[in-house]
Structure formats: structure tokens, C-alpha cells
Design a protein. Structure first.
Length: 477
């Protein structure tokens, strides 16, 4: 299945991976639109409602690395199918939930299942497609599901919630997940893995899972409540656990995450760039949504429709342009081009007015979002380029973990600074609309700074490998 010319079965396998990935991404953005309906129906308090999102984030972000390594050890196909099954079953539980506790439990389990399926997806993909044009096309298709899925989910969430109720946003995953499991068993390549004895680092798994979980908990709690003593202590414990994890990986006979993978400049650099890019772009989605709703007065459905041009543009670039451009010019030039477009996007939004007009002040930024359609495929190509067959699942898990870290940091930093700026202005007597807009402009300006930093890092670190001159041909007598 990994030959130079992919078969129909290979493309169907890619469809299964992309569909399962899109299902999990859509679920995340659909939920944000349905939160008010859930609160009214189940009786969430304002403080606990955010945990409908955070419970998923904790399950997902803290288990990605462990799931990626398990894929290398027991087989990526097994982990992918098990994760899809857990996510699907948890979706049904969420769809029939009648209390906040049941819904939050289901959301955490959805995160666990999504972590397992997502962590090994890229590892499966690179075994399906040999390097070259076909792999570039496959990565572009896979990247599109992540780049545009969130915006599409907001539109779908608004439609489903208004027409069929919030329960439907979870129950719709049942037929999709069942089809992915059935087809996956038929077309995904079978792999046995190296076996648990080749890397069953139980202590390392406990350290990284607890450390990432506590770190994410500190980030999301700190965003809501500020830098309280409890948040600071949680963050400190998380730092100690993650430091212990790195020490363990350097000394264990069978490490969960062999540190050798970071010797690759492409792997290390791409992951570092990705944290900055995802922090900015995910913050853009959240802050942009708040600006549309709280300043311009858009409804949830209108907001989803307003963001739709970004999804369409990203999709057109990801699916129509990214693969041939990367194949011709290489991933690095396309990464830098995409980052330049994203810098222009944030620069444009950093000037949004209180009485903004969609066509003039918002739509140009939505079109510039097409740069993400170049950035994510190029980063994925670079990030996976240093992965050998034995570490493909691990590298995939690391790459997806840095995405989640970027999302959490981006939302915490951009939202927190915007809120602090707006509160300061409100305390000084500024009107609500002006204060909110000024806070959002600050967040967009910081996002621009993150993208510029990502551009500089990519230009400095992700340089092409030097070409070794060919040895001179000895003269013949």
C-alpha cells in the first residue's frame, strides 16, 4: 500500500483518516456554538459551563503523546480504531446526557478517544504514501480537515442547534464514527508494532500524562480566574512533573519519547514554529468570534457564516494549491509565504473599528486566512520529515501535542490580555464597545507579533540541508 502509485484502497484509507479527524475537529467547534442551549437545558452555572470545552481539552491534550507511542508499540491501526470507537461511544453518551456531570464525563472521554485516533493519524498517512507528489497531496487533504474544520463546525453547530437541538451535535457522530470504524478495519494497513516490551515506559507515561494534564488545567483555570495561588501551585507541580519526564526519557532503557527525534532540525524547528502559529491562529478564531458577536452584534449562526469565507479560502489553498506548490518549490518557501499572509491578516485586524463593516474590515482578513492553507501542510511535511518508520507514531503524537499546547496558550494569552485591557478601559469610564474593541485590537496585534516570530524562527532554523558536492571523477589514463 505504500508503493509509489497509490491504489484506490490507499485513497479510501486516507478518506477514513480525514473523516475521523474532521469529525473530532467539527465536534470541538460545534460545541462552542451550542453552549448557551446546554446551559439553559442542563442548568450549568456560568463558572462551570466552560468545562464543557475544558474537559475535552484535558482528555485530549494530556494523552496525545502517550497515544502516539502506543501506536508505535501495539500498532497504529489498533490505536486509531480504538480511539474512534471510544470517541463515538462517548458522543452517544453526551447526546443523551441529562445532567452536567454526565456531559462533562462524556466530553472527557471524547477527548481520550480523539487523542488516540489523532495521535497516530499522521503516522498512518506517511506509511500509506511514499514521499513526493502523492504524499504532498495526502498531507494537504489531511491538513484541510484541521484548518477549515473549525469554521465549518461553527456553521453546522448553529444549524443543528437551532433545528434539532444541542443533543444532535453529538448524536450525529454515531453514523459517521461507525462508518469510519467499519471502513477502517477493511482498508487501513495492518501493523503489529514493536511490542510493549520495546518501550513500555510506565513511569514516563504517568509523568507526562499527569504533567500535561495539570499544565492544561492551570492554563484554562488561570484564564478564567487569574493567577491565583492554586493556579500557580498547579503550574509549578506540572513543571516539576514534566521536568521529571524529560530526565526519565534521557535515562530510561525504553523511553516513552526517545529524545533522539529532536536531533532533527526539521522536527524540532517545525514543532516550535507550530506552537507560535497555532497560538495566534486559534486566538484569531476565538477573538474574531468575540468581536463579531460582542461588538458588531452578530448571532451565533451569523458569526459562523461570517467565518465561512476563511474556511473556503483555506480549503481552496490546501486542496488546490498547497500540494503542487510544495512539490515544486519545497515546504520551506511555502511556509514562509503562508506566514507572510497570516502576518498581513493580523495586521489588518489590529485596526478594526468599533463600527466595523464586514466587507471592508473583516472579509479581507478572512481571505488572507488562506495563508494557513499553505502553512499547515508545509509544517506537517517538515515536522514529519525526520521521522523514521519506528518513530512515525511518536512524531505524529508530538506534532499534535504541540498543536494543543499552542491552542491552549493562544486562547489564554490573547483572551486574557484582551480582557485585561478592556477591563482597565471600562474602569476608566470608556464605553463597553470601545473598551472591547481596543482589547481585541491588542490581541490581534500580539497575534501579528507571534506570526512574525514564527517567520523569523522558520527562516533561521528550517533551512534547506546543505548539498554535499559530488566527488570528482578520477581522470582516466
Amino acid at each position: 500500500m505504500s508503493g509509489n502509485i497509490p491504489t484506490r484502497r490507499t485513497w479510501v484509507a486516507l478518506g477514513v483518516i480525514a473523516t475521523a479527524t474532521l469529525m473530532t475537529i467539527l465536534d470541538g467547534s460545534i460545541v462552542t456554538v451550542a453552549l448557551p442551549a446546554m446551559q439553559a437545558d442542563l442548568g450549568f452555572s456560568p463558572g462551570s459551563l466552560s468545562w464543557v470545552v475544558n474537559a475535552y481539552l484535558l482528555g485530549f491534550g494530556s494523552l496525545l503523546l502517550l497515544a502516539g507511542r502506543l501506536g508505535d508499540l501495539i500498532g497504529r491501526r489498533h490505536v486509531f480504531l480504538a480511539g474512534t470507537a471510544i470517541f463515538t461511544a462517548a458522543s452517544v453518551l453526551a447526546g443523551v446526557a441529562t445532567t452536567p456531570a454526565v456531559l462533562l464525563t462524556a466530553r472527557f472521554l471524547q477527548g481520550v478517544g480523539s487523542a488516540a485516533a489523532t495521535a497516530v493519524s499522521l503516522g498512518i498517512l506517511i506509511t500509506l504514501f511514499a514521499e513526493g507528489r502523492h504524499r504532498a497531496t495526502a498531507i494537504a487533504i489531511f491538513s484541510f480537515t484541521g484548518a477549515a474544520g473549525a469554521a465549518i463546525g461553527q456553521v453546522a453547530g448553529g444549524l443543528l442547534t437551532e433545528t434539532a437541538g444541542w443533543h444532535s451535535i453529538f448524536l450525529i457522530n454515531l453514523p459517521i464514527g461507525a462508518a469510519a470504524i467499519v471502513l477502517g478495519r477493511l482498508v487501513l494497513p495492518a501493523d503489529t508494532g514493536a511490542g510493549l516490551r520495546a518501550g513500555a515506559d510506565v513511569l514516563g507515561a504517568l509523568l507526562v500524562t499527569a504533567g500535561l494534564g495539570l499544565a492544561l488545567h492551570a492554563v484554562v483555570t488561570g484564564t478564567e480566574r487569574g493567577a491565583s495561588t492554586a493556579v500557580l501551585v498547579t503550574g509549578l507541580v506540572a513543571a516539576v512533573l514534566l521536568t521529571g519526564f524529560l530526565i526519565r526519557q534521557a535515562t530510561a532503557a525504553y523511553p516513552l519519547m526517545p529524545l533522539r527525534i529532536f536531533r532533527s532540525r526539521a522536527v524540532s524547528g517545525a514543532n516550535a514554529v507550530q506552537v507560535l502559529v497555532v497560538a495566534a491562529t486559534f486566538g484569531f478564531q476565538v477573538i474574531g468570534t468575540l468581536y463579531l458577536q460582542r461588538v458588531l452584534g452578530y448571532s451565533a449562526l451569523e458569526t459562523g457564516l461570517a467565518l465561512l469565507p476563511a474556511a473556503i479560502t483555506i480549503g481552496a489553498v490546501s486542496l488546490g494549491l498547497a500540494a503542487p506548490l510544495i512539490a515544486r518549490f519545497g515546504p520551506r518557501p511555502m511556509l514562509l509565504t503562508g506566514l507572510a499572509l497570516l502576518a498581513a491578516l493580523f495586521g489588518w485586524l489590529a485596526r478594526v473599528p468599533v463600527d466595523g463593516r464586514y466587507i471592508v474590515d473583516v472579509l479581507p482578513a478572512m481571505l488572507l486566512a488562506g495563508g494557513f492553507g499553505l502553512v499547515l501542510p508545509a509544517l506537517t511535511t517538515l515536522g514529519m520529515s525526520g521521522a523514521g518508520p519506528a518513530d512515525a507514531g511518536l512524531t505524529s503524537g508530538v506534532f499534535n501535542t504541540t498543536q494543543q499546547v499552542g491552542m491552549a496558550v493562544g486562547v489564554a494569552v490573547l483572551s486574557g490580555l484582551a480582557a485585561t485591557r478592556s477591563t482597565h478601559l471600562l474602569d476608566g469610564g470608556t464605553s463597553s464597545a470601545v473598551a472591547l474593541t481596543d482589547g481585541y485590537r491588542l490581541a490581534f496585534a500580539i497575534g501579528a507579533g507571534l506570526i512574525v516570530a514564527a517567520f523569523a524562527l522558520a527562516a533561521a532554523v528550517l533551512r534547506p540541508a546543505p548539498v554535499t558536492p559530488a566527488a570528482p571523477v578520477p581522470a582516466t589514463a
